[in-house]
Design a protein around this ligand. Sequence first.
Ligand SMILES: [Zn+2]
Length: 400
Amino acid sequence: MSVISTLKNQPAILAAFKTIESHRDENNRDMIELTEIPAPPFGEDTRGKRVAEMFREAGLANVKIDEVGNVIGMRPGRSGAKTIALGAHIDTVFPIETDVTVRREGDTYIAPGIGDNTRGIVVLLSLIKALEAHNIQTEHDLMFVGNIGEEGLGDLRGIKHLYRDGAPKIDSFIAVDGGRDDRLVYSGVGSFRYRVTFKGPGGHSWGDFGDANPHHALGRATTLFADRAAKVSSEGPRTSFSLGRIGGGTSINSIPFESWMEVDMRSVSVEKLDEMDAVFQQAMIDGLAAENAARTRGDEITVDIKKVGDRPVANGDASSPLVQQALAAIGSFGLDPQLRSSSTDANTPIAKGLPAITISRGGKSAGAHSFEETWTDTDSHIAIQIALLITLAQAEYAGP
Ligand SMILES: [Zn+2]
């Protein structure tokens, strides 16, 4: 019998499944409370403190907040020979001033960050409580992490810190951050992110007319990039690009001093990502040169291209025990498991050749990264039960 089928026959685990189903209202209360604590990248402290309290209340030992703000709690195993980590990121993409009040319509909850990834934290809490309620023991240590810095300019800094040189060894990492129970992320999409700033003397729109204009340079550069990048992404391994934010300027009647933008590019292939990167760099330089050539007076403007994000392309191993056990766990609920590549916290360990996956937070997620993000409570216990099975397979169930 396979590991997963054996686990599914254990009375203590079946009882834990029932307990997870009974957590439904409590889980939704926790989700609302945490969602309403803003947690922008680099501003996760307040939510982190509450997550630490919740980890303690759920029964974890040695809960602490590390140097960068990750919340870490342990559940010791019998031998502790290995460490199996479960993580959910606590940051959102939304700025601190965003209204994060949760609205409810039936079983649907609406608020920025509700699904991605506040619900992920709730999955960890419910799983811990179910282990505690049935005194389920494991051979290996379990580590639970509410990690910071997954989104946006956070650039996986929380997870990178956990895997820094000299850090305590983590043998397997299970990230809870997916929107669908049938999807298993085993491989990582790589990404580069840039902040580009065109700078010039600036001045009066009438009086200084003829000076090079940073906004015009940005426009020229972006047009060149979008046209050339579309050629790169139109063939071969999946590759994307997007100008996500843009800003600068003093007033409608001023030539701006600066014009800035933030650009994101992703690929499942190292070569394609490098090709996109080269096209991007050249377009910025060509756009700048075109604007400088078009000016009739004044100094040249300059461009500063700063890399603000670097997530490795990570080729996962579908035949690893972690991936195989996760596929079996998902399949054991009658789902047809789909292997996927994505950009998640699992990128960091996978890129180092270490076992890591990203699994579902359960329910139904929609509109992630939008102000109208929703999370609907449909069969939401299944993802937690799947997470429990994978955890016990990896940490070696040692009885109640
Ligand atoms: Zn997420």
